[in-house]
Write a protein that binds this ligand. Structure first.
Ligand SMILES: Nc1nc2c(c(=O)[nH]1)N[C@H]1C(S)=C(S)[C@@H](COP(=O)(O)O)O[C@H]1N2
Ligand SMILES: [Mo]
Length: 206
């Protein structure tokens, strides 16, 4: 018998929006959280950018909410293999926030940290150029974005949708700019330092 070519026989046509090894989760939006969801009071909430910057910057909730917002529509991809199509998000471009702090020339990496202590590392280039937001509302199109629930990272989380979703830190408290890459929570446990779903960068070495 001739060998069966996997991916050629008995397969339905794959949705081109689906990165390799991912499936369409449909209408659900799974909650993936390593720590208990905190109850953050916006009256005392802050967001900070520090490390290799000209001037460390910190915003209160009211200051953040006064900045110009952007809408982003698209798909999110979790490393546990679910992909959610057709989301709609609202937030402040990370570019706007970085501009206020002034990254120094040596800054090449960033650690995003949450009010809970969760951390994740990213190349600085991946959160610039209109590809990352400090997000505070989300929904499934055609519904308009609604304020993020606590379980999904409200009042505000990072949104970096072109990378696996563990990089999108929920309850984000700030960004620290660094010269060298510094693994965060999942990355110390074997996950990839960059995490591009289209290159299937799930684990260290992928
Ligand atoms: N603070 C914090 N942020 C986090 C996580 C977490 O455990 N803690 N999980 C990450 C992972 S693995 C994923 S897939 C997404 C899940 O976001 P969701 O629960 O809103 O779907 O959040 C990411 N951000
Ligand atoms: Mo995830």
């Amino acid at each position: 018998m001739p060998p069966v070519t996997r991916g050629f026989v008995g397969r339905r046509k794959r949705d081109p929006r689906l990165p390799p090894g991912q499936y369409d989760v449909g209408d659900q939006w799974p909650v993936l959280t390593a720590e208990p969801a905190p109850n953050l009071d916006t009256a005392r909430w802050t967001f900070r950018i520090d490390g290799l910057v000209e001037r460390p910057a910190e915003w209160t909730w009211d200051e953040i909410r006064a900045l110009p917002r952007e809408r982003w529509d698209g798909d999110i991809h979790c490393v546990t293999t679910w992909t959610k199509f057709g989301m709609t998000w609202e937030g402040i471009p990370v570019d706007t926030l970085l501009e206020a702090a002034g990254p120094l020339p040596g800054a090449r990496y960033v650690v995003a940290h949450s009010h809970t202590g969760y951390t994740t590392n990213l190349p600085l280039a991946d959160i610039t150029g209109g590809r990352a937001w400090l997000a505070f509302a989300a929904g499934t199109a055609p519904a308009a974005p609604a304020p993020l629930t606590r379980e999904h990272g409200g009042p505000a989380r990072l949104l970096v949708p072109h990378l696996y979703f563990w990089k999108s830190a929920k309850w984000v408290a700030g960004l620290r700019l660094l010269a060298e890459d510094e693994p965060g929570f999942w990355e110390r446990n074997g996950y990839h330092d960059r995490g591009d779903p289209w290159a299937e960068q799930r684990f260290q070495g992928d």
